[in-house]
Ligand binder design. Sequence first.
Ligand code: COI
Length: 369
Amino acid sequence: MAEPASALTFPPATAERRFTDAERAAVLANPGFGDHFTDFMAHARWTREGGWGGDEVIPYGPLALDPATAVLHYAQEIFEGLKAFRHADGSVWTFRPEKNAERMQASAVRLALPPLPTEDFLASLRAVVAADEPWVPVPTAGSEQSLYLRPFMFASEAFLGVRAAHTVDYYVIASPAGNYFPRGVQPLVVWVSDTYARAGQGGTGAAKCGGNYASSLLGKYEAAGNGADEVMFLDSETHTRIDELSGMNVFAITDDGRIITPTLTGSILPGVTRDSILRLAEDRGLAPSSEPLVFAEVLEQLGAGRIVEMFACGTAAVINPIGEFRFEGGAQTVGDGGSGAHTMALRTELTDIQYGRAEDRHGWLTRLV
Ligand code: COI
């Protein structure tokens, strides 16, 4: 895709913080995931006539939307997820942000939204993290806290005709984050839905758009009703091949050292963590591949001890072992049901790079502050 010209600088915030130091410290003591938001947000607007402009860093707060705002009716919306990590020397870094910028551009094309140039995307991240720097948690031994960054873009024109909006708003909000799963990094029980699919061929499964996540919600309820932490979707045509979880890619590791993730078929999100794991696995002497993973065959290989570990991964969840699959009429333990050695070693290696505890040998980190 041709890179659009960049234009935005996101001048520094001039407003006061909305929280006191004590209020911020109370949140950072136990941030959870997705529950708390910082002092500032970045904003820019695109119009069909003028392109991108109006870049600003403003106090975090509610948006006033006309009831006819197109996104509320036709879901023309995309988003990204990244994290800002504080290193031991106080500096703040993020992980492969240009991959998120590229994916957001690809999502924009699919949802008929205006692609935001990579430099503008990076400028928006820098601006929010500079304004919200005190919100980037200081890592303590064993903690994995970060500042989760959520860029998003939506059709903001008030218009009910079905066409791409002529006005689009882009924001970056930030949220201090601990573990994605309330139980921490524990083996997940995963429900395999044969009722619902997340996305179909020719649809929006490879784009990071809100609609894909809306379509996963009933599957998550179905999972919870079956005592599971998460839902896994199969492909929509044959209901045989593994697609992904509600917001995470899936990997399997075999007893002969292969590490396999489903091929990107168009209904699977091309995860940045997924891509990074394929490279880290190779460094560890595992043989990475992406290929179709037929769930019935996975079950057989789990039963025969040929698949020994499985895990889910994503920016928010990082890497999380899968301990058991449940499905209509049965269940299957993964390995011994615990956290696999390769899985946890990959997790440690990835987070050590992100937090600056291990050499960034792939050049994946970008300094923000
Ligand atoms: C992320 O991992 O950053 C996502 O956007 C997925 C979402 C389920 C939190």
